[in-house]
Design a protein around this ligand. Sequence first.
Ligand code: KG4
Ligand code: ZN
Length: 339
Amino acid sequence: MRVLGIESSCDETGAAVYDDKLGLLSNVLYSQIAMHAEYGGVVPELASRDHIKKALPLIRKAMEDSGSTPADIDAVAYTAGPGLVGALMVGAAVARSLAYAWNRPAVPVNHMEGHLLAPMLEERKPEFPFLALLVSGGHTMIIQVSAPGCYRILGQSVDDAAGEAFDKTAKLLGIPYPGGPLLSRLAEQGIPGRFRFPRPMADSPNLDFSFSGLKTHAANTIREAEDSEQVRADIARAFEEAVTDILAIKVRKALRQTHYKRLVVAGGVSANRGIRQGLADLMAELGGEVFYPRTEFCTDNGAMIAYAGMFRFKKGVRADLSVEVRPRWPLDTLEQNNG
Ligand code: KG4
Ligand code: ZN
């Protein structure tokens, strides 16, 4: 069976074809970063308009690259949420229309489930059950994945998401949008231990996170510190170390609570090298295993939507003829969720 997947939840348009026997057959992506950089962040209306321009050419390319004709496609999957409503509507309308024209079912996909399942596209993939740490621009969550599709949210951010904290701190450091990856590159030049950021909620008994204090701490540190490239790198380093530490502290607690030995880390921030290393060290210490998507599948992409779409298609999930999206769509409300 073959699924075409379409992603358009934020500032990336993605299309991919996944075959359940042959694996991923194609994956194409267009990033709007350059367009939004001028404004220092994503402008929703511009995002929607650009998705309109890019969706069909990308889909055509994904179909061609995979050697598929519409007759080979069994379902059209699309990101139905969470995300920017206008951006989601574009992908949903295109997917729904193609599915209608091709006389195939349309399958709505939860973007966070897409991220969570992205490591399944790799050769070395986790067995169930596992713990998932989802760290993206909009979400930070620890999820107990007891079986395929069974998600229990054990903890999440009470304020900013990890990626949001990266982007806001980057802005304070004068780094252009999207700050996360560029801050991370700067941090590599930073001297460890020159500054120390707090570890918010590290001692709280629950598995929730709080990241908004880090940006305030960054603002104060920047104001008081000398203004040089090295100092900025040192601050970036200290910030990244604090985020890594907080994530590791909460993951350690969650593993103790669940007695799980496998950890999946996914979402845009999981592309961060320091965080990948920090969590790999933790799992090595605990005698467990860690699984990441390859870097290009950490951030938004169509491949993860095609994969999650195949999973949901096989479970019988179908969209009706209306074009509906869910800007907010908690993972633990998905169908057949009994974890
Ligand atoms: O998953 P994603 O592409 O989109 C959402 O679903 O939000 O995540 C984007 C977020 C942004 O905040 C971006 O700055 C962050 O992931 N990000 C990174 C890195 N690459 C992307 N943060 C830190 N280090 C990176 N290397
Ligand atoms: Zn995402």
